[in-house]
Structure formats: C-alpha cells, structure tokens
Design a protein. Structure first.
Length: 457
C-alpha cells in the first residue's frame, strides 16, 4: 500500500491504550492531523506515559471525553479495539458516511511488508509466536505484532511494526475479532483461523455474529494470497475465489495429517512427533501444522519448519511451567479465557489436575469442560463469577471450593494436591474483576508459586 495514504486528513483517534497510541503515532507519521480522545481523566496513572509520548509529537489529547465530536473537523475516525461497535459516536459516523478504521486497517495501508495474519478463539497467540520463530530461525526478517501480548518476546503494535518493517520483511500478526470489526482494504498475504468456539459473548449478541466477524479475515483474499485451512474445524471455512491458494491440515486429508501422536505427510512420512514439542499435546501438534504451512506458503521449506518447531520453547502465560515442589508441578495458563481452552489445557497435562479458575465469565455454554471432569482432583474457583461456575463443576467433580481471591485459591490447591498432580491456573474467564489483564494475573500466580516453592523451583 502507499506509504502516505492519510496525508492531510483530520483523524479522530478514540482510545489511548496500546492500540490508540500506535495508531496516533502512525497517522501523524503519514501526514495526518491527529486528535486523540479518551474517557479516562488526565490524572489516571495509565494515561501518563502515552500522553507524554504524544505531547512530544505535538498531538493533542482530550481526556475525560464524554463523546462530543465536532464533525466539521473530522475526516475519519480511528477506533481502538476496546471501543464497542455500537458506541454512539461510531453509529453516528457510519450514518454520516465518515470512514471508521481500526488499527489493522491503518497498518495494512501504511505497511511496505506483507502481512501474515492469524486469528481464532484459541491457539492464535501460540501460532503467531511459532510462525514468527520459524521465519527468524530460517533467516527471514519478521516482526511479531498485533494483538499478541505477554509472550516474553519482543512484541510491537501492528502500526509500529508497519512503520519499521522494510518491504523484504514479514509482519507476523495476531488479529482479534475486535480488530476485524473495522476493516476495508485489509488483505493479508497469508492468513488462517485456528478454530472458533464460544467467546466474547459479552460483546457479540450471538455466536454467529462472533464467527462472522472472525471470518472477515478472508473477505478480500484474492490472487497471490494463501489461506491455511483447518479441515477439522469447518466453522473456520469461508467461500474463497479459485485464485486463492489453500494449504490445509486435517486428520485424514490435507497437506499435513494430524493425529494424537504425530504429524505426517500424505505419503505417510512422519515429520514431527508429539514428544518433539515444547509442551507435548494434540492441540500443539495442530498449532505446529498451522504455523508450518503459513511459513511454507512464503517460501520456507517444510524441513526447515520442522527444525524450527523443535527449537521453539513456548511463550509465557500459555501452558508455562513455573515451578515444582514435592512432586507437584505448577503451570501458568493465564491466557485461557474460555471453557474450550480450559478443557484443552487440562487434557494436555495427561494426569491428575488441581484446577484454579474463575474471573468474569464471557460465555453461557460450559459443556466442553465435562470431558475433563475425571481428570480433575479438585477445582478452586475465585472471582466475580465463582459461585455460578461452581454449579458447572459440581456436576462431575467431587472437590469444588469457592473463595474470594487467587491467593486463597492457591493455598487450597497446594493443600489438596498430591505427588504426581499438576496445579494449573487455567481461568476460563477474563481477568478484569481483580487484575489489569491476563498478564498481571499470570504474574501473580507465578509469584505465588515462587513464594511456596522457594529454592526448589
């Protein structure tokens, strides 16, 4: 895309979080006039650093914003992903035919480097980080960016990466459903949807609306583009033009075949064993297949992909081992924010589990967790929706307790765990009742483990 598509335009940026800051900087760099608004007050500590950063660039920031807009001074709106689509200003903008862009759209328009994009309810952060690792291990310049956070790796906002990356690099980008709400020309060079299951139903009225938003990833795909398709997840499939190249992975067909123990080629040749993985599990075999095909679509030989997968060490807050004591392992899976992810994480452990879960529940259907009831020695629930979740787990787990905090849940967990058990934080809920985000939640769990294990970690 052109490097200065926004030159001379007056753009209102709504929200001064990580995404809003990135958009404001990128828009100013491309020659736009920028005004940033945020409903938070100027004395909110979270506003200090971004306000200072924009002040240096001469960008005006309005705090305590109540939704007032001088429409005569606005050519377009750049909206942060946390702002709901039904916000009155966005509704009015659409009615006035004022363009509304999200951060992914802005980044696509200014980027010189092609975008390799990953979305999905579960697995997208791991696939994004692994794809990035494969590119780098194969000697390709790549930027890890987008919605990805808390990995322990160098992460950039998608707009910062779009500004920095030369044409020869790749933007390996995690994309959320929120970011896909306001796209127009966005067209990644390669893209995938890992899987879609119930999530964010506090934002979307129905599962179908949520799934349709995810599928917007492919709406502009055309000649020269590649879509990596999960044949085991038909809900991720969308009609595509014949000019789009499709790579696929599945159990009985596809370019890579997946079973519980390995990945194979159509010829039957084994290319990756479950034991080769950073965290041996069926879902990580699927993640590896997806990442390898994305990288392969951009010219990296599959043999190089498998070598890179074997050297991948995983990312923080996603099935992250954080300590052990007296034969009990501790795993931080704070990124888990829905029941499907919770069930997959418990299943992947392969032995008795003491589960710590809770927070703000975002979905109605918790049926997925029943499949792992036999594996759960105990469930410790905390947070806003602990009592309602208690009814879910009491249907099949003998020992279920509720408490007011993660610290108290952790104390009960270590009392109940036996040698050979795994204590896992896999909340199945969002973190915002007690923590700033899932990163803070995972860090709190890691600190509790460190306190309890002492020098034995």
């Amino acid at each position: 895309m052109a490097m200065n598509p926004f030159a001379g335009q007056k753009v209102l940026v709504i929200g001064l979080g990580r995404a809003g800051l990135g958009m404001a900087k990128a828009l100013r760099w491309t020659g736009a006039g920028v005004l940033v608004v945020d409903q938070k007050q100027a004395d909110d500590p979270s506003m200090f650093d971004p306000m200072d950063a924009l002040s240096i660039l001469g960008i005006e920031v309005v705090t305590g914003w109540a939704g007032d807009v001088d429409w005569d001074t606005v050519d377009a709106i750049a909206v942060s992903p946390g702002v709901p689509r039904h916000h009155p200003v966005l509704v009015e903008a659409v009615a006035r035919t004022v363009p509304v862009w999200g951060e992914i759209e802005i980044a696509y328009r200014i980027a010189r480097a092609p975008m390799v994009c990953i979305t999905g309810t579960n697995g997208k952060s791991t696939v994004t980080a692994l794809t990035h690792h494969i590119f780098e291990a194969s000697g390709r310049m790549a930027y890890l960016c987008g919605n990805v956070a808390g990995t322990g790796l160098r992460e950039l906002t998608v707009n910062q990466a779009a500004l920095e990356a030369p044409e020869s690099a790749f933007l390996v980008t995690e994309v959320s459903s929120f970011q896909l709400e306001w796209i127009g020309a966005f067209r990644p060079r390669a893209s995938t949807i890992t899987r879609i299951s119930g999530d964010h139903l506090d934002r979307y009225h129905t599962f179908e609306q949520y799934a349709e938003t995810k599928l917007k990833m492919f709406q502009n795909a055309g000649a020269g583009d590649t879509v990596v398709r999960n044949l085991m997840r038909p809900e991720t499939h969308a009609p595509l033009p014949e000019t789009v190249r499709i790579f696929a992975y599945g159990e009985a067909e596809g370019d890579i075949r997946v079973d519980d123990a390995r990945l194979t080629l159509p010829s039957g040749e084994t290319v990756l064993e479950r034991a080769d993985l950073w965290h041996p599990s069926r879902h990580n075999l699927e993640n590896a297949a997806c990442a390898a095909l994305l990288a392969h679509s951009q010219g990296i030989p599959l043999e190089s992909c498998w070598s890179a997968v074997r050297s991948f060490r995983g990312i923080r807050h996603r099935m992250e081992p954080v300590g052990a004591k007296a034969g009990v392992r501790f795993v931080n899976n704070s990124m888990c924010t829905n029941p499907d992810a919770l069930a997959a994480s418990v299943r992947s452990v392969g032995g008795p589990v003491v589960l710590i879960a809770g927070g703000i529940n975002k979905v109605e259907d918790w049926g997925a967790v029943s499949s792992v009831f036999p594996q759960l020695r105990a469930v410790l629930l905390y947070g806003q929706d602990a009592e309602s979740l208690r009814r879910v787990f009491e249907e099949g787990v003998a020992q279920v307790r509720t408490t007011d905090s993660m610290r108290n849940a952790f104390q009960s967990a270590v009392e109940l765990a036996k040698e050979g058990d795994t204590v896992i934080l896999s909340p199945g809920c969002s973190s915002f009742d007690q923590f700033e985000d899932f990163i803070a939640r995972g860090d709190a769990f890691r600190n509790l483990v460190k306190e309890w294990t002492g020098d034995e970690t």
